[in-house]
Design a protein around this ligand. Structure first.
Ligand code: FE2
Ligand code: FE2
Length: 363
């Protein structure tokens, strides 16, 4: 037996080196070593730990973002704020107030439940917590603007394009809870399907129609507090999309039997469905042209985003040479350019260099 000897004072501990190496080697995305211990070290998935640190350094709290101007604008009767502007905010609140929690719930009850490596569980825990922050930011927006909370629930159930987007992900998540037997290929594929559905189709694509619209409003100095919250949410989402993309790729690397041509096409078609649902939803958000932008431009933006998600996961894009109609949107994400972004109130969160490294690639 190869051993490691540690002497502390008068005590000597002899550790089995082979056993330790075996434990490390049996760290896996799924079907790893069954253990009651939660040892993050030694790291097998360094990227997951690094991403956890990045996410933690981006921490923000909704209540630290001023909403006074938003409240004044919400009550504006001088015509500076149009009905379509208010409708977009209502759709954003109606959709996201439930969608954020759906993502967090899926992480806790499906993905984190079956993932076995502790550093992966760690970053997934942070991801779920960020969804709580996002959900709470909606509570803050609703209460600040004085919107009837029942209206949000009603919007989620009564607006068919929102209900369809919700059913698209919730039905999948519910079906997988505590039902996966990951020794079977079909269940491993079901997990991979779920990761792609939530990470790339929902957070990666179906969040982006409204992100674009709310940031368009912010660009016109409309609802600046809500705009700032969405910018911070969007920055978090880009980490979530990255996390689920990497997790999927690691899962496939360790279980190459998942990645059949038929399965890859299944994911592509899943994205095609997500895009179609998002385009219907965009047409409800912008039933007439508002913001100086047409729903067609937002639909084109979704094609562009969806193909980026597919390519990052090693899948064939759906459209030929999609063009980003909103290059300014990437620019708005560059927080470095924002002066007094939080009027200096949360500068303690800006210690990290992470705030300065948001790239155009995140949109
Ligand atoms: Fe979120
Ligand atoms: Fe997210």
């Amino acid at each position: 037996m190869e051993t490691i000897t540690i002497t502390v004072g008068k005590k000597t501990f002899i550790l089995d080196k082979t056993k330790a190496e075996e434990a490390f080697n049996s760290k896996k995305v799924i079907n790893g070593r069954q253990t009651m211990f939660f040892n993050i070290l030694p790291l097998k998935y360094q990227w997951a730990y690094d991403l956890y640190k990045t996410m933690k350094a981006n921490h923000w709290e909704p209540e630290e973002i001023p909403m006074q101007e938003d409240c004044q604008q919400w009550r504006d009767t001088n015509g500076n704020i149009t009905d379509i502007d208010r409708w977009i905010i209502k759709m954003a609140i109606g959709y996201f107030s439930a969608a954020e929690g759906i993502v967090g719930d899926n992480i806790i009850h499906v993905v984190r439940e079956v993932v076995t490596a502790p550093e992966l569980k760690l970053v997934l825990g942070r991801h779920a917590h960020e969804e709580n922050i996002h959900a709470d930011s909606l509570v803050y927006m609703i209460s600040s603007l004085g919107i009837n909370p029942h209206e949000c629930e009603a919007m989620f159930e009564d607006i068919p394009t929102i209900a369809k987007k919700a059913a698209f992900v919730v039905n999948n998540s519910r079906a997988l809870r505590r039902k996966l037997d990951l020794t079977k290929l079909e269940d491993k594929q079901a997990l991979a399907h779920n990761m792609f559905l939530f990470g790339q189709c929902m957070e990666g694509t179906q969040f982006y129609g409204l992100f674009g619209m709310v940031l368009s409003l912010a660009r016109q100095n409309k609802f600046p507090g809500i705009g700032n919250m969405f910018k911070y949410t969007l920055r978090d989402e880009s980490n979530h999309i990255d996390l689920f993309c990497r997790l999927l790729l690691e899962l496939v690397k360790e279980n190459p039997d998942i990645w059949t041509p038929a399965f890859r096409e299944e994911l592509r078609q899943l994205m095609a469905t997500a895009v179609a649902l998002e385009k219907d939803f965009i047409r409800d958000c912008l039933p007439i042209n508002g913001l100086g932008l047409s729903s067609k431009e937002f639909e084109q933006y979704i094609d562009f985003i969806a193909d980026r998600r597919l390519r990052n996961c090693g899948l064939e894009p759906l459209t030929v040479d999609p063009v980003n109609p909103f290059p300014w949107l990437s620019e708005m994400m560059d927080l470095k350019k924002e002066q007094n972004f939080f009027e200096g109130r949360v500068t303690e969160y800006q210690k990290s260099a992470n705030l300065e490294t948001v790239s155009d690639d995140e949109l």
